[in-house]
Design a protein around this ligand. Structure first.
Ligand code: BTN
Length: 327
């Protein structure tokens, strides 16, 4: 660390107290003019630094622009967010960018972010509403040393990670809807798109893409999804720092991914069941070419949904969209 990073750390550590220009120049071993120049650069990046001829400098606010430095400040994760953070002010899809990087050898822990997406992708060929400034669009690159058959479990694991990350910010617990929609107040607040590339006996990479509606006002959602979509702003009545939410997500992701790598998927499944709270409900699953209705029994050890139809037959669902129904 040096220059403006060190200056910023000193202002941060002062926690709301003034620091004189003289003491900053002594601690950083640079002239007071050099301190002033660095303060100007930090202001250009969006840091609110007040100055007073007699008192010195004080940090009043930090930018919420997903700057790598801000993401890492106070971050508890050791891998995710610690390596390369690639930030696009605009990208077609962070998942597409992350896949390109993965193919070129980007290591586990690399994260790709965008301020907005012009072609945000959802599950089953759908699009993901990705306006500028109000949502979090992030893709994580993973290189799990597991058999290809294990990789789909990462989808459920990611849903648990997103749920855990949101708990501190919501008035009531978020829920997951199979396989990996995250709901708050009964509406979708986050979506997950995992894309897996495998070789015959190993996983090459997994890209876990997460879209989270943070400060989206209800009226900003397109009409077609307005009655089904929500955001942290809508659920809590206040705006949230996207950087703070991302930090919570990276920490929760790393914790849950750690459990997966330690072979503790049953623990994750238990947590998933608690987050879902849907067992025994009646539901309908829309799959390509067929619709199946019945009682939602459970998810099995591979993460597939088990549904008991009216004739008493148990179906194991690999992919589809679930809708809860009144019996
Ligand atoms: C869904 O619910 O259908 C999944 C939505 C996933 C959206 C995220 S936003 C970040 C990443 N980049 C994408 O293009 N998609 C995922």
């Amino acid at each position: 660390m040096g220059g403006k990073d060190e200056l910023l750390e000193r202002l941060r550590k002062a926690e709301g107290r003034w620091i004189s220009g003289e003491s900053l120049s002594a601690k950083l071993a640079v002239s007071r003019t050099a301190v002033w120049k660095q303060i100007c650069k930090l202001r250009e990046e969006g840091y609110e630094i007040q100055s007073s001829p007699r008192k010195g400098y004080i940090l009043r606010g930090v930018p919420d622009r997903l700057l790598p430095r801000e993401i890492r400040s106070g971050l508890q994760a050791k891998v995710f967010g610690r390596g390369k953070i690639i930030h696009f002010s605009e990208a077609d899809s962070t998942n597409s960018r992350a896949k390109e990087l993965a193919v070129r050898g980007a290591p586990e822990g690399t994260i790709v972010l965008a301020g907005k997406q012009t072609g945000g992708r959802g599950r089953r060929g759908r699009s993901w509403f990705s306006p500028e400034g109000t949502g979090l669009y992030v893709s994580l690159i993973l290189r799990p040393p597991v058999a290809p058959s294990e990789a789909p479990k990462i989808t459920l694991m990611t849903a648990v990670a997103v749920c855990d990350a949101l708990v501190p910010f919501l008035p009531s617990s978020p829920r997951v809807k199979w396989p990996n929609d995250v709901l708050a107040g009964g509406k979708k607040i986050a979506g997950i798109l995992t894309e897996i590339s495998t070789e015959p006996d190993a996983v090459d990479y997994v890209v876990a893409g997460i879209g989270l509606n943070v400060n989206t006002p209800a009226g900003q959602f397109p009409k077609e999804i307005r009655d089904r979509a929500t955001s942290l702003l809508v659920e809590t009545g206040k705006t949230h720092s996207i950087t703070v939410i991302l930090r919570s997500l990276l920490e929760s992701f790393e914790r849950n991914y750690g459990l997966f790598l330690e072979g503790k998927f049953p623990l994750l499944l238990e947590r998933w069941r608690t987050c879902a709270g849907i067992m025994g409900q009646y539901g309908r699953v829309d799959q390509v070419g067929r619709v199946l209705a019945g009682e939602i029994r459970d998810v099995d050890e591979d993460g597939f949904l088990l549904i008991l139809d009216e004739k008493g037959r148990l179906h194991r669902i690999v992919s589809g969209d679930v809708h809860y129904l009144q019996r």
